[in-house]
Design a protein around this ligand. Sequence first.
Ligand code: SF4
Length: 337
Amino acid sequence: MRHVTNPPNPYDRYSAEYIGEPPPTKLEVFEETATKKVITKAFASDWEGGWRYTVNCYRGCVHGCTYCFARQYHEYIGYGAGTDFETKIVVKPNAPHLLREELKKTRDKMPHLDFSFATDPYLPLEAEYQLTRKCLEVCVDFQIPVAVITKSPLVTRDIDVFKRLKKISVFFSLPFLTKERSNPFEPYTPVPEARFRAMKTLSDAGIQTGIGIAPVIPGYNESDIPGLLERAKESGATRAFMSMLHIDTDSIEEFFVAKMNERLPATRVAKIMNTMKRERGGSLRHRTYRERMTGRTEQWDVTEKLFDFHARRLGFRQHEKPTEAEAPEVPTQQSLF
Ligand code: SF4
């Protein structure tokens, strides 16, 4: 049983602490009808061109990855970045309509749309609501290239829509090779094996697939990289990227460390913390946006070389990172939701 655990919300003046054991969590679904925009423009240093246009039909994510950077977005709407993020799910029922209206004005300027980055677009709720599917159908109508990032095999339901898109890549976020290694950090996601099976189903259907080895948690999953790339290759993937764990806020750091302490032996936690701190110059947090996805030690260079060597050996196409000139020091995030 999961109990309510949320770090204090920095946007609230007060926070409450439970006396005794906190209550069990319960799944709550809210329908948000006041949504005004569904396309977000966001800087992304690890992505081709440095900018992403993203669509998210939900807020919060039941997959509950402890490292998830989207946890902070739940604090913007008055919830917590801990179990609230995993159990209070906001649905945007008018997302397909809004997307159509926005694309009527922006279709000529829209280079691509990414489905992800604030939630998994294929949460179990998507089976019922079908909002991601309906938004993809809008992209078919406007012939917008699309990339999807997910951890869910539910994505295979939409093969028929993918086939009608102008351009589509489906990336599976797959940072750990086995269920046992994934569990401490991804307790409620489909197991890695299920993700590889879905990858194969899509690849066999002619859809371009890729693997995102993200996050690489220093001192924990570097050794999984060759095996993950091998399995992805066997499953038909042709594209690959990796990035280092980034912890963006105090709340996420607090939750991430607390869950590691609950689920891993103390020696393992100490190894991860020490390795991570070496990469970050003494803390778990990056100091500048440019450092967000990468480390600073020779050990991280070795990790990158390990990835590059096996990615090249297996014939993967990798993302081209933007140049220094293209990557501003401080990103301007134009609209989050
Ligand atoms: S599946 Fe993605 S969005 Fe959901 S919790 Fe995990 S990292 Fe966050």
